[in-house]
Design a protein around this ligand. Structure first.
Ligand SMILES: NC(=O)c1ccc[n+]([C@@H]2O[C@H](COP(=O)([O-])OP(=O)(O)OC[C@H]3O[C@@H](n4cnc5c(N)ncnc54)[C@H](O)[C@@H]3O)[C@@H](O)[C@H]2O)c1
Length: 264
């Protein structure tokens, strides 16, 4: 028996990285999944590997209401009422706050904040009809604190936690749970372009390269760690959990390791 038997899910940003891993794990646990993304070729490949009976791909630009309506209609038609939504799609820009344009701000917020808002609205009726459901909004450790170079991304990820808490209050009466996941690990494809540029800049200026964030675990996490936590929040095992911010960061956001102090 799978932990997600009988679940019908929509996963956004599912063509690669965390979203693709989540779709695969969902199917392995018995769910049927509509994968949405704007990277159509990649998304089709992931879905076809999972098989027609369990997965289908649809172009879903999360900023477009009509794409949401079409995706929900397709999921219902193929698999039945939707009871899980994973708002995973997001974009990143690494730039200093004062160099970031208003256009960039609007673009990031339209994917990272408006997208999940439209998603929640789009699935509401089908989830209500299904007798309840679970919505998982993928934030970040950048939604738990502030870092340099990612002011707009950070703002959008904090905003997503607010959206989660408000939606939790409004939708609980329909047995719809809404939670936020705050991962440290993610796809290298999202961050690599920016950090390659940053590393080149530091090298050119003969400055030391940035060190990796320190957390108490001996290993670094990966998208599998994140997807397993998403499975938990999607499953009935988390049936009384709503409105939470769940870090998946190996303890990174719990504090810091003080060099030189006992147990460092
Ligand atoms: N990469 C990291 O280091 C990291 C760390 C913490 C949190 N996260 C979060 O994890 C989630 C998954 O990101 P990832 O690490 O797999 O990165 P990723 O870039 O591989 O995945 C994001 C996906 O979203 C899709 N996408 C972008 N704009 C879209 C739109 N308008 N409509 C639909 N899909 C769109 C992309 O095509 C991509 O497939 C995101 O919410 C991200 O903010 C990532």
């Amino acid at each position: 028996m799978g932990r997600l038997d009988g679940k019908v899910a929509i996963v956004t940003g599912a063509a690669r990285g965390t979203g693709a891993e989540t779709a695969k794990m969902f199917v392995a646990e018995g769910a049927r999944v509509l994968l949405g993304d704007i990277l159509d070729e990649l998304g089709q490949v992931v879905a076809s590997e999972l098989g027609d009976a369990s997965a289908c791909y649809q172009h879903l630009d999360v900023t477009r209401e009509e794409d949401w309506d079409a995706a929900v209609a397709t999921a219902c038609e193929h698999f039945g009422p939707v009871n899980v939504l994973v708002n995973n799609a997001a974009i990143l820009e690494v730039r200093s706050l004062v160099e970031t344009s208003a256009e960039t701000f609007k673009k990031i917020f339209s994917v990272n904040q408006l997208g999940p808002f439209l998603g929640i609205r789009a699935v509401f009726e089908t989830m209500k009809a299904a007798g309840g459901g679970s919505i998982i909004n993928i934030s970040s450790i950048d939604g738990l604190e502030g870092s340099n170079g990612v002011a707009v991304y950070t703002s959008s990820k904090w905003g997503l936690r607010g959206l989660t808490k408000a939606a939790c209050q409004e939708l609980g009466r329909y047995s719809i749970r809404v939670n936020t996941l705050c991962p440290n690990p993610g796809s290298s494809e999202m961050v690599a372009p920016f950090y390659a540029e940053a590393i080149e800049r530091l090298k050119a200026a003969d400055e030391p390269l940035p060190s990796r964030p320190v957390h108490p675990f001996a290993r670094h996490g990966d998208v599998g760690d994140v997807a397993r936590a998403i499975v938990f929040l999607a499953s009935d095992e988390s049936g009384f959990i709503s409105g939470c911010d769940l870090p998946v960061d190996g303890g990174w956001s719990a504090g810091k390791i003080e060099p030189g102090a006992p147990s460092s």
